[in-house]
Design a protein around this ligand. Structure first.
Ligand code: BDR
Ligand code: CA
Length: 312
């Protein structure tokens, strides 16, 4: 058997982040070295609390959790309670977690770990503040990063927080720009892909029917999360954005990709945080990212449900 792939998940839970964490923690192909937490969907005190609740739900309390940046690199934090609810994790009632945060700041942890541990994949599921801050402070850590696989951006689907920008990139465009210019191999799961990972009544029923704690909890998370997108897009359910990052690591054959240039708008008020994806290769800008355009949604939900079934 091949060695499990070493990953660090950087996250801002968020119901879809929570499902991504559960998928990763249920998957033996992945060695989750740590979870680092950032402000995004809600402020940092809530994203770190939500992360501890989800890790406890998974039964994987061996995985250390580090809290990181409370504010984007050079602008005020924008949050998304209108999508995720006041707590960021509205839906199920989860017990107060017993596990504690590690004392170290997430950025210090990332720098120390990536200086000494080779072949680590970073999985950002929120604004890129922690990752870009670590890269800015210690550029040599690039050597040990195998790949960054992130959820963010949109091109064919436009934006979701503004007409032009997707939430994770919009919250910290400077950080996204640093990551995309870093030269590190980067794979992007944008709205173009995640808007096809839609919860439907039968898919949620399959979560709810699992004879464990995690399945019904995921159904309650998606029950809450769905109401916003159903109303906004008139869609059948909600896109499970962040779990696509983990599914991509587990089975890349479920995804349609192209290696292209992606550049982030960091100046314009109108289109701040837009990800300009040269899908048709009409510029001579050098490809710097793998852009994921679509996925096999049935295959994705089967993988997710099968893995959730292995949790307590
Ligand atoms: C992204 O923004 C957040 O609301 C979700 O957790 C996801 O990471 C989707 O735009
Ligand atoms: Ca997220």
């Amino acid at each position: 058997m091949t060695q499990p792939r070493k990953i660090i998940i950087d996250t801002d839970p968020g119901q879809d982040d929570a499902v991504a964490l559960l998928l990763a923690l249920a998957s033996p192909e992945l060695d989750v070295l740590a979870i680092t937490v950032v402000a995004g969907n809600v402020p940092l005190p809530l994203t770190e609390l939500n992360t501890r609740k989800i890790v406890e739900l998974s039964g994987r309390t061996d995985v250390p959790i580090y809290a990181g940046c409370a504010e984007p690199m050079d602008r005020k934090l924008v949050t998304a309670e209108h999508v995720h609810g006041r707590t960021g994790l509205d839906g199920p009632t989860l017990p107060d977690p017993k596990i504690q945060l590690q004392p170290e700041h997430a950025v210090d942890f990332l720098i120390e770990t990536l200086r000494t541990t080779p072949d680590v994949t970073l999985c950002p599921l929120g604004p890129l503040t922690n990752i870009a801050t670590a890269l800015q402070r210690a550029p040599e850590i690039k050597e040990n990063i195998r790949e960054i696989v992130l959820m963010g951006g949109g091109f064919f689907e436009g934006g979701n927080i503004t007409p032009a920008a997707e939430f994770n990139i919009y919250v910290d465009p400077t950080a996204a720009d640093i990551v995309l210019r870093s030269g590190i191999q980067t794979t992007i799961l944008p709205l173009d892909c995640t808007h096809n990972a839609l919860t439907t009544a039968p898919r949620v029923a399959a979560f709810r029917a699992l004879p464990n704690r995690a399945g019904p909890a995921v159904a309650e998370l998606t029950d809450f999360f769905e109401r916003y997108d159903k109303e906004k897009y008139g869609s059948e359910g909600a896109p499970l954005h962040d779990p696509t990052v983990i599914a991509y690591l587990l089975d890349p054959t479920l995804f349609e990709t192209r290696h292209i240039n992606v550049t982030v708008e960091t100046k314009s008020d109108l289109t701040l945080g837009a990800t300009v994806a040269d899908w048709w290769r009409v510029t001579d800008r050098k490809p710097n990212a793998t852009w994921v355009r679509n996925l096999d949604a049935d295959g994705f939900f089967k993988l997710l449900t099968d893995r959730l079934a292995t949790l307590p």
